[in-house]
Write a protein that binds this ligand. Structure first.
Ligand code: NAD
Length: 487
């Protein structure tokens, strides 16, 4: 953090339809992870800025809630159209701000952000509330807005995750105060520009930049915020839950993961390998759903590991703006150090580094000051070791043999997390049965991150509370009220 605005872009908050400088003495520096260059400064906003944003959201709440759901769906469609016009800009900013490959930023971040608005617009147009008839009465369920929604998001999929919350929150008639990650503020500001361009009524969408303690915490504890949707780390989620609980706010927590990829003996290794490598390393392993523990049937262990290492060594790591690049940089120097410290720990815990283990060799000089770790594969760790059970959230995968399905399930469930998992097998029925016994919110069989936006999304155990996606989002971002009329 510096005391004076640094060169580069200075981002403002967007409150009540206006760009406002924050009530702050400090600025937070935003760096490009690939090069370590300073690219922007964001205000270190305070509780006063949060108060102003919540007040604007409260003032706008009644008029927004008075619109029909079809009218609000129309607004989402307009936002989707405007965002789509700027999709390439979203991809470029996201790649710069996160260090991820431009191809990934285009195919996942930019396109899914547009799709989120479009999907919830469609959900709004199709929305029908329930009627429950009794012999002598009719029950009608009415979905009312909750009020002001506080939305807090992480850095790994910045606009993808923010739009996943903003769209259903607005659709169901809430007004919004968004607090994106201080590490990746760029596309949240772009979204505010989109809201301005489509002339969304003032106060319906408000954006406050800043860090967790100065801006996030006052949002979660604000008495006029009725709902908090938080995506981020488990330790932060615990603080958010404590802060939100005293006001009985509606709360959704999408937290960390330590997901197992289970490779059964009957797997077609060559066919499934691209999917398994993608599950391991997409976004440099910085997706909460990534399979960072690969459990392999002992009968195919050696052949699988050989093929896996060959596939990993062929991955192109380097310049995120190059269309051939498959893996970019990690989000920050702190995060790079955290990931490297886990690799050191793996050696202390008796693991063998089969590939990677440090910064990649041979990337251009321009990236010397960036935050790089090459894809790392570790063998020989006990399945209950720290490296195999704690979330590393980087390009690091541990390998573990198992002797039968029972043991695979036991190892898969050996962590405090319960977000996702995948099973790779020729026997889809056996895989599907096995999936039911994995303690996690989502399990894919012979695929990974194959998303239908209608399905429930969320974790169990320390991976979170609540579900988002399709009707679950609509339910979370509203209060279902029953009106019973006696005939
Ligand atoms: P983080 O918890 O450090 O920060 C997330 C957000 O919370 C940021 O905007 C931050 O400023 C804010 N914050 C921090 N302290 C706060 C506080 N006391 N009160 C309110 N807000 C606060 O997480 P991160 O490092 O940005 O993201 C990585 C984590 O997110 C990983 O653990 C990953 O698994 C998880 N994640 C989960 C999902 C999911 O869907 N389950 C998706 C993406 C990322």
């Amino acid at each position: 953090m510096s005391d004076i605005p640094m060169p580069g872009v200075e981002l403002s908050n967007y409150i009540n339809g206006e760009w406002r400088f924050a009530n702050c003495e400090h600025w937070i520096d935003d760096y490009a992870p690939a090069t370590g260059e300073h690219i922007a400064s964001i205000p270190c906003s305070s509780s006063e800025d949060i108060d102003a944003a919540v007040e604007a959201a409260l003032n706008a709440a009644d008029d927004w809630a008075a619109l029909s759901i079809a009218e609000r769906a129309g607004w989402l469609e307009k936002i989707a159209e405007e965002l789509e016009e700027r999709a390439e800009e979203v991809a470029q900013l996201e790649s710069l701000d996160t260090g991820k490959p431009i191809t990934l930023a285009r195919s996942v971040d930019a396109s899914r952000s547009v799709a989120n608005f479009r999907f919830f617009a469609e959900q709004g147009r199709e929305f029908e509330s329930e009627i429950f008839e009794m012999k002598d009465a009719t029950n009608r369920v009415v979905y009312k807005p909750v009020g002001v929604a506080g939305l807090i998001t992480p850095w790994n999929l910045p606009l993808y995750l923010l739009s996943w919350k903003v769209a259903p929150a607005l659709l169901m008639g809430n007004t919004v105060v968004a607090k994106p990650s201080e590490l990746t503020p760029m596309t949240a500001s772009l979204l505010a520009e989109v809201m301005e361009a489509v002339k969304l009524p003032a106060g319906v969408f408000n954006l406050v930049h800043g860090n967790g303690l100065d801006a996030g915490a006052p949002l979660t504890s604000h008495p006029d915020v009725n709902l908090i949707s938080f995506t981020g780390g488990t330790a932060t989620g615990r603080e958010v839950a404590k802060s939100a609980s005293s006001g009985f706010k509606k709360l959704s927590l999408e937290l960390g993961g330590k997901n197992a990829t289970i490779v059964r003996a009957d797997v077609d290794i060559a066919n499934m390998m691209p999917g398994i490598v993608r599950a391991s390393f997409l976004n440099q392993g910085q997706v909460c759903l990534c399979g960072s523990r690969i459990l392999i049937h002992e009968s195919i262990y050696d052949s699988f590991v050989g093929a896996f290492l060959e596939a990993v060594s062929n991955m192109v790591v380097g310049d995120p703006s190059d269309e051939e690049t498959e893996l970019g940089a990690l989000i920050s120097e702190d995060h790079q150090n955290k990931v490297l410290s886990y690799i050191d720990l793996a050696e202390d815990e008796g693991g063998t580094i089969l590939c990677g283990g440090g910064p990649p060799v041979g990337i251009p000089e321009a990236f010397d000051n960036g935050y790089w770790v090459s894809p790392t594969v570790i063998d020989g760790l006990a399945p209950d070791s720290r490296c195999a059970t704690e979330e590393i959230f980087g390009p690091v995968v541990t390998l573990h043999p198992f002797s039968d399905d029972e043991e695979a399930i036991e190892i898969a469930n050996m962590t405090d997390y319960g977000l996702a998992g995948s099973i790779w097998t020729a026997d889809t029925e056996a895989g599907s049965k096995m999936a039911e016994r994995i303690d996690s919110g989502m399990v894919w069989v012979n695929c990974w991150l194959h998303r239908d936006l209608r399905v429930p999304f969320g974790g169990v155990k320390n991976s979170g509370v609540g579900r988002e996606g399709g009707q679950w989002s609509l339910g979370f971002f509203s209060e279902a009220i029953n009106i019973c009329v006696k005939h």
